[in-house]
Write a protein of this length. Structure first.
Length: 302
């Protein structure tokens, strides 16, 4: 599978595996290890995590699987996120739901993620969500320290709009660092990132896009959802034309955008992974892409 260059040190696979539901899979470390190997065999090498997933447990679940084959670390890219605090008894001072982008919290979160994931460094660290209280100098200070110590190879954000991205990136650039990734919700159902200009803004700055919930979290299959019915009315004939699944059409739709959109898939079903990968074997026409787009809009383009 073609790789997407993030910076001079890191490249991602075009499809990314997400582990936010890993706790719910109830797999043994051996079963998860086998799945990671199956993903690598298919060219999916980028693994997406966050400190809070599964009540702060999913990183540890992955780490136990990785311990069984430590050499796999050389074949994968590990991404994790921090900045959200959820109430839990698993870590100190997590006594409410808030955002914490202080330098101390970021560095402490990365240290815990490294320990839980059983790795020495993160290929990419993302700030999980913007905060009304975020201080770009605090974030920059933490990142400089983490990069100098070799604990982070690249840095990004998640769910940041244009002004939030500009605020953080300006501070980083002053220290000769820069944001390389923005993880956004993008799907045929959710067009906000396309229509509000954030994808264009990222494309301009060569910031790559990780698309969370690319399949719209099952909304497309809700028969009571008028928007979903409009979209599926367009997609269904395309699945017949190309002899593929709905997931394949969605991946092809995302892949046609020039902004290097990398879908983050949360499934643990390897057959669904294979179906999604078929979306790279064909190219939708411009008209087919726009037909899906306007179906989602609910009206024709001007």
């Amino acid at each position: 599978m073609e790789k997407v260059k993030i910076n001079q040190h890191v490249s991602f696979s075009k499809v990314i595996q997400g582990f936010w539901r890993a706790k719910d899979w109830n797999w043994t470390p051996q079963a998860l290890n086998r799945y990671i190997n199956e993903l690598i065999d298919r060219g999916i090498t980028t693994m997406d995590h966050a400190d809070i997933y599964g009540n702060y447990s999913c990183e540890g679940i992955f780490g136990e699987a990785l311990k069984l084959s430590p050499q796999l670390r050389n074949e994968i890219e590990v991404v994790s996120k921090c900045g959200i605090v959820l109430p839990t008894d698993r870590i100190p001072n997590a006594n409410g739901h808030r955002y914490d982008h202080s330098s101390q919290h970021i560095k402490r979160s990365v240290e815990r993620s490294l320990q839980e994931l059983n790795v020495d460094y993160l290929d990419t660290l993302l700030i999980h969500r913007p905060s009304p209280l975020m201080n770009p100098d605090e974030i920059t200070e933490a990142l400089k320290s983490l990069v100098t110590e070799g604990k982070v190879k690249s840095f990004g954000v998640s769910n940041f709009n244009k002004s939030q991205y500009d605020l953080i990136n300006h501070s980083l650039v002053c220290d000769k660092l820069h944001i390389t990734v923005n993880q956004l919700e993008v799907s045929p159902y959710t067009l906000d990132a396309i229509d509000d200009g954030i994808l264009n803004h990222m494309f301009k700055d060569d910031v790559k896009i990780m698309a969370w919930s690319p399949m719209a979290g099952g909304k497309l299959f809700d028969l009571n959802d008028e928007k979903a019915k409009r979209i599926m009315h367009v997609i269904t004939p395309l699945t017949e034309k190309y002899e593929v699944t709905t997931n394949s059409i969605i991946v092809a739709w995302l892949n046609k955008h020039p902004a290097s959109i990398m879908p983050v898939l949360g499934t643990h079903n390897i057959n669904r992974i294979d179906a999604a990968l078929e979306g790279f074997n064909f190219t939708l026409t411009d008209q087919e892409w726009f037909d899906i787009y306007t179906a989602s809009l609910g009206h024709d383009i001007p």
